[in-house]
Design a protein around this ligand. Structure first.
Ligand code: PMV
Length: 369
């Protein structure tokens, strides 16, 4: 599919007002997206676990208005007006307007809340942009005529087209948001061995996955809840002139190729090797860009070392990954939950800010409420 396949035909229906609610999960990348080109296209393919408990719930109210050539919207977070979010949403609306030509015909009230604390250092942009994109898709769904889509289908957009376009729109809000529409494993970025993969939107991983990966667990250790020192946009841009960029992008392709076999065979040792290397490579890229920066904190390293010792001692298949921040995601198979939680409580909680962590697991994607 090409971007222009997401431009709708003239709408057939009118809708004066309404309200729609979607709940979208966060996701954690196993092979990282780091480096992009216009318009928000990834320099390498990535793959993520969709999460289950960490999510954003957004209600989008809409009412028809005179189109005055501007966007009209208000943002409410946890019941309070949040004007600080407006510039990001204005940018998003500008980027997606060609694909959602109804945007200036309505006033929108965006009411949003996260299930995780805002100051947790967990990015809400992936779940937030996914939820908003899905709400907009639900509105568009009521405006299009039956069978008026490349997807065809009953009533309006068929499910596959609906989710593809939602992911396409979410990507234009925040790249990794396109992996927060479906689940449990989502690939974003063209990869020659993954059928249907695209730079334009995320697709559910299309091959066999061994039961070892069912209900995979993710405990997020909140090491540092402060604001990120460097936004991910700035970080992505620093990959442009990065001396190791080409090799890194190439490595991501190879890691995805290797994961295909690993997912099929259920080889957890090989899985750990790729996931931890990806996390450290992401941070190594940050540490070697110009300007360079370090997002890990001393406690991030203490946790990593403790996980390595525990794994060596017990033989359990627990490993870590990192986002663009200091928090640590502890990943492990479901059958190790008891021992790993005990380990976290005994040894790792001390490294978390105020002892805080969040228990999550693989999830199946966004839901309309
Ligand atoms: O979606 P962005 O622009 O916030 O970038 C996210 C980048 C990482 O979280 C570091 C990696 C990833 O693939 O999610």
């Amino acid at each position: 599919m090409r971007a222009k396949d997401f431009i709708p035909k003239p709408y057939q229906n009118t809708k004066i007002e309404g309200k729609v609610t979607w709940s979208s999960p966060s996701n954690i990348a196993l092979v990282k997206y780091w480096g992009k080109r216009e318009p928000q296209l990834p320099e390498n393919p990535s793959i993520s676990f969709t999460l289950s408990n960490c999510k954003t719930i957004t209600t989008l109210g809409y009412s028809k208005r005179e189109n005055d050539g501007k966007f009209s919207f208000e943002v409410v977070l946890d019941g309070e007006k949040k004007d600080a979010f407006k510039p990001k949403i204005e940018t998003f609306f500008n980027r997606v307007e060609a694909y959602l030509p109804f945007l200036k015909d309505y006033h929108f009230k965006i009411e949003t809340q996260n299930t995780f604390p805002h100051s947790s250092g967990i990015a809400s942009s992936a779940s937030g942009m996914s939820a908003l994109a899905l709400c907009l898709m639900s509105i568009e769904q009521t405006l299009v005529a039956p069978h008026d889509t490349p997807g065809g289908g009953q009533g309006a957009y068929d499910e596959s087209y609906f989710f593809k376009k939602a992911s396409f729109l979410a990507r234009l809000g925040s790249g990794s948001a396109c992996r927060s529409v479906e689940g449990p494993l989502v690939v974003w970025g063209t990869h020659d061995k993954i059928v249907g993969s695209s730079d334009l939107f995320g697709v559910t991983y299309p091959f066999e996955v061994h039961p070892n990966f069912s209900n995979y667990q993710d405990v997020i250790l909140l090491v540092d809840k402060g604001e990120k020192q460097v936004s991910s946009s700035v970080g992505h841009n620093l990959m442009r002139d990065h001396p190791f960029a080409r090799e890194r992008f190439h490595q991501a392709h190879n890691h995805l190729t290797a994961l295909k076999e690993i997912f099929k065979e259920g080889n957890l040792e090989a899985f750990i090797g790729i996931v931890e290397r990806e996390a450290l490579t992401l941070h190594a890229m940050m540490m070697t860009s110009m300007p360079y920066f370090i997002l890990m904190k001393p406690n991030t390293l203490k946790i990593i070392n403790a996980i390595w010792s525990f794994r060596a001692k017990t033989g359990l298949k627990v490993c870590f990954t990192l986002d663009a921040g200091a928090n640590v995601h502890v990943l492990f198979p479901e059958n190790e939950t008891k021992q790993v939680l005990e380990f976290i409580n005994n040894e790792l909680v001390a490294y978390c800010e105020n002892g805080n962590y969040i228990c999550d697991q693989i999830g199946y994607g966004a839901k309309k409420l």
